[in-house]
Design a protein. Sequence first.
Length: 311
Amino acid sequence: MGCDGGTIPKRDELVRTKKKPEQKDKNSELSFRWQHCTISQTPLQSPIVSCGLGRLYNKVAVIEAILDRTNLPDVCQHIKSLKDVKDLQLTNNPSFKPSAEKGDAYIDRQTSPYICPVIGLEMNGKFKFVFVWSCGCVVSERALKEVKTKTCHKCQKPFSDVDIVIMNAEGDDLELMKTRLEARQARLRAEKKNKCEAKRNKSEMAAKRPSSGDISDPQFKKTKGSYSVSSDPRATEVFKSLFTTHKRARDQTKAHWDQWTDPSKVIQKRRAGSIGMPPHLRRRLGYLHIETDYEERPTTRDLVVRLDSAH
């Protein structure tokens, strides 16, 4: 290369290539994106939600951002309310350890706290994961392709292709998620419009219905004022006796709600129960002596009550 005989080389003579720009660590970037909230940049904690574009958030951070939209990043401006996010039904990883058991133990940052419930892949960014917008269940894209079905693998609820959301989508997948988001919003508006029209048509039909008229259905004749249970041939005698229109109720001397009883009759029955009782028991219980008059006893037995002079 020379550099002998007192030659002083220049930098452009020694450095032939341009300095490359600093590159990010892809593994660290993926790990951070899949384990941290997009809004608050804090670790994901249950409950975890996702928007129609597949980004992950803490639900608490979403609520705070909706209340104060000044803290909402530009990538999350499409979130207007909690209806724009979906609660995720995640499957925990049994082998995940959030902290080291010993001070010098190694912590694998590539291990994810969640896995695919079908084939067991870890949700760490190396594999594509999707969730169903209608139910929020999270599975891997590989499981969705291997088991082709229109029902959720986890909760068995039906879904369509528009309901599938790719999590942390990029590039062409992100454009596809934007298209599906618009399709879901259009479908929701159409369903809401149809529901309002059906409700309006129902109210108009009720308004056009005549307010008065004869009821042709015999089942509705019972609601008329001329109907009486006592004259109904299909009602049993036991059922008729429950109402005040029954002949037994009409023959009563007092109203059916009157539960008052003459106390003298109760006392007389109580005193009559002391017949044949020893005197000392009658005194202790406060009974009066009762004597039976057999002179006026052709068929019945009359009880004559008098006070005991011994008392």
